[in-house]
Design a protein around this ligand. Sequence first.
Ligand SMILES: CSCCC(=O)C(=O)COP(=O)(O)O
Ligand code: MG
Length: 236
Amino acid sequence: MATGFTDFDVLLLDIEGTVCPISFVKDVLFPYAVNALPKLLEEKWDDAELAQYRNAFPEEYRDDRAAFEAHFRDLVARDVKVSYLKALQGYIWKAGYASGEIKAPLFPDVAPFMKEVHASGRKIMIYSSGSVPAQKLLFGHTNAQPSDLQPLILDWFDTVNAGLKVNVASYEAILASYPEVAPGRWLFLSDNLQEVEAARGAGMQSVPVVRPGNAPLPDEHPLAKVAVDQFKLASS
Ligand SMILES: CSCCC(=O)C(=O)COP(=O)(O)O
Ligand SMILES: [Mg+2]
């Protein structure tokens, strides 16, 4: 990332492909949930605890365990960012984080950068397709020191409280939560060009990040020229 991105009041961060590798989500988080699902359904299918997640699934899957499991697996395989899947994944990941089996491998520049932004009095918020509870688990169990970075984060947005990340209206909804901050004072970082374009459409500053394991940005895309490959925002 080029230096000089100091001119913002709110830093809005994507998660997968921005603060941690895509492989952590695809090869660790997603398989953990898929593997844990059969036992969970076996033990808790009729529990009130599971009901809120089960009842959020489309009607045709709610009362049929095999169909429910097959639908879950299919959504995960296709990486569908639908809220009812994300809510259940977050619920399942809780045990993995609690036992220490899951720990979020943040890119090495992330925690120092977040600490610097926070110390300077600016706000840090998260916007991910992962559910807000899942976001909190991830930032609560990182490889950084200290491991729990939640105290640095002021607010959390997902597909439920903001909307899909490729829609301009979702960024407008986030902006509406903080009317005292002008759109141009926000900086959104993401690996996804459609998300960067949507944030820009709402008036935020936004640039794509380049990270190990991310798909290369198309050279011909105008945003590729402003892409950043590490957080150096606060270095003056
Ligand atoms: C909140 S951790 C799980 C990440 C996840 O499920 C996901 O879909 C990541 O999408 P993002 O919007 O962070 O790229
Ligand atoms: Mg992402």
